[in-house]
Design a protein. Sequence first.
Length: 65
Amino acid sequence: MRTVRYGVSVRKDLDLIKEMRSKKYKCPRCKRLSIRRASSGIWICKKCGLKIADNAYSLSVSSIR
């Protein structure tokens, strides 16, 4: 979707969303950087198996504790 057809601010927002959803987050249970996005709003820790339902594109771990 990186074409000249869409505006610069839209492309920057899209890049930010793609970066946030592919980022690894810290698990509140095992304290490792192992939580990944499984689908929209579903986050799974690969180490301990913890499943969290949260935002679609980013995980707010501070609200889980």
